[in-house]
Design a binder for this molecule. Structure first.
Ligand code: RNT
Ligand code: ZN
Length: 422
């Protein structure tokens, strides 16, 4: 046990040398919402009343760690357990396949009432809710596509799903009093480069147009359009490519239609940190999917790695942190799933706080003066700053276990609760 207060005081003096206000940084990091994805808790299985929970659309979880949630009640209890160990403002991100009903309700039939348990729980906890249409893990989601399918019956089925999701999003916003951020992602693509690459993209465009037109009176929601480079089984061609999605968002020119940037969705040497200002040059908001891609879009638990830190440095330096909807998106089935949430969510918040604990204005001044030598020296210096002394203090102030103390509690929960699950 060390003296956390003393550590914080010392760190405060360190940062003050560079004109950094530690308390202000803590306040900003603490109040910036992070949307915690529900799907880490059950390997994206969902709560629909059906036997087959197998995934499709290139989304894969690996691992078979025992104790995963199999009911809505278990999943929400696990989310609550994880949240005990995650400081700062949180929202919960629900996918459409997490509808709850005694009988099977298909994706083109879902209504707000099928998410009532999520809503009642979120309202009771004071949490905001975000939402996602689920265009995968369904008999009508095949290698022929969903929103871009040439079969009109299939395409219309999924358009109806998108329409219903926007209506449900409005319901979430009305009940929670907080904006509902909806993310639209389709797995549509092809194993080989098709001869006609344009037609599927025109159909995807048409489908999004139809969804937004049919729900143009919906309020209280934001709509992120998420691109991807490739998925397993669709390696050669993705209908909703980066160019397609960016084109769609910019052309739509509507405040609620924005880009979703997932940092697992680009070629390995491309980075989201390097894309953000390009998008912000043209738009007011971005939806961020924070993940960790190991060699491909593997959706490992978020690490406090260079790219995660660089993303938040960019957002802070541009003054766009508050304009960015931050959401996590990973699913690791090989470790305790609650620990996975805690580690990934804490790392996301840590990267945010670390970016705020830098002399960003001073570094901008140095750059503007043309002193590129000093610029590099300053940028590098803060990589070894006493960040964890501030982090531990922040956690303690919030009544959250600091350091690795949380792990003992998650292990105790595993022994008591998870071990009892079939
Ligand atoms: C898939 C996308 C998408 C999903 C979630 C479950 O590659 O990243 O965001 O991970 O909708
Ligand atoms: Zn994503």
């Amino acid at each position: 046990m060390y003296d956390v207060k003393k550590g914080y005081e010392l760190a405060k003096e360190f940062y003050a040398q560079y004109g950094i206000d530690v308390d202000k940084a803590i306040e900003i990091a603490d109040s910036t919402p992070i949307s915690m994805h529900c799907w880490q808790g059950d390997d994206v299985g969902g709560l629909e009343c059906k036997e087959d929970k197998s995934l499709s659309g290139g989304i894969q979880t690996t691992g078979n760690y025992p104790g995963k949630a199999t009911t809505g009640a278990e999943l929400r209890a696990d989310i609550e357990e994880a949240m005990k160990h995650i400081p700062g403002e949180l929202k919960v991100n629900v996918h459409a396949n997490y509808s709850e009903s005694d009988v099977f309700v298909d994706r083109n039939e879902i209504e707000p009432k099928h998410f009532q348990k999520w809503v009642d729980w979120a309202v009771e906890k004071g949490l905001g809710l975000d939402f996602n249409p689920t265009y995968f893990a369904h008999p009508l989601s095949t290698d022929k596509g969903t929103l871009s399918c040439a079969d009109e019956n299939v395409r219309k089925f999924w358009v109806e799903h998108g329409i219903r999701c926007r209506q449900i999003g409005q319901y979430f916003a009305e009940k929670t009093g907080k904006t509902c951020v909806i993310n639209h992602w389709t797995p549509d693509g092809d194993k080989e480069v098709p001869v006609d690459t344009l037609a599927p993209r025109l159909r995807l465009k048409q489908s999004y147009d139809e969804i937004f037109e049919a729900t143009k009176d919906v309020t209280g929601v934001m709509d992120g359009i998420e691109s991807k480079v490739f998925g397993i089984g669709a390696e050669s061609y993705t209908v909703g490519s980066h160019e397609f999605c960016m084109g769609y968002v910019m052309r739509a020119n509507k405040d609620h239609i924005i880009m979703t940037l997932d940092n697992g969705h680009y070629h390995p040497t491309e980075t989201v940190s390097n894309k953000l200002s390009g998008v912000y040059a043209f738009d007011k908001h971005v939806l961020l999917h924070v993940t960790r891609a190991v060699r491909w879009d593997s959706d490992h638990v978020v690490g406090m790695d260079d790219e995660t830190k660089a993303i938040f440095e960019e957002l802070v330096r541009m003054g766009k942190l508050q304009d960015t909807y931050v959401a996590t998106d990973f699913f690791d089935a090989s470790i305790n799933r609650i620990a996975a949430w805690v580690i990934g969510m804490r790392n996301t918040r840590k990267a945010m706080l670390a970016a705020l604990l830098q002399p960003n204005d001073k570094m901008k001044e140095i750059e503007a003066s043309g002193d590129v030598t000093a610029r590099l020296a300053w940028k590098e210096e803060f990589k070894a700053a006493p960040f964890s002394l501030v982090w531990d203090y922040y956690c303690e102030q919030k009544g959250i276990k600091k350091g690795l103390e949380w792990l003992l509690e998650v292990k105790a929960y595993e022994e008591k609760i998870l071990a009892e699950r079939a």
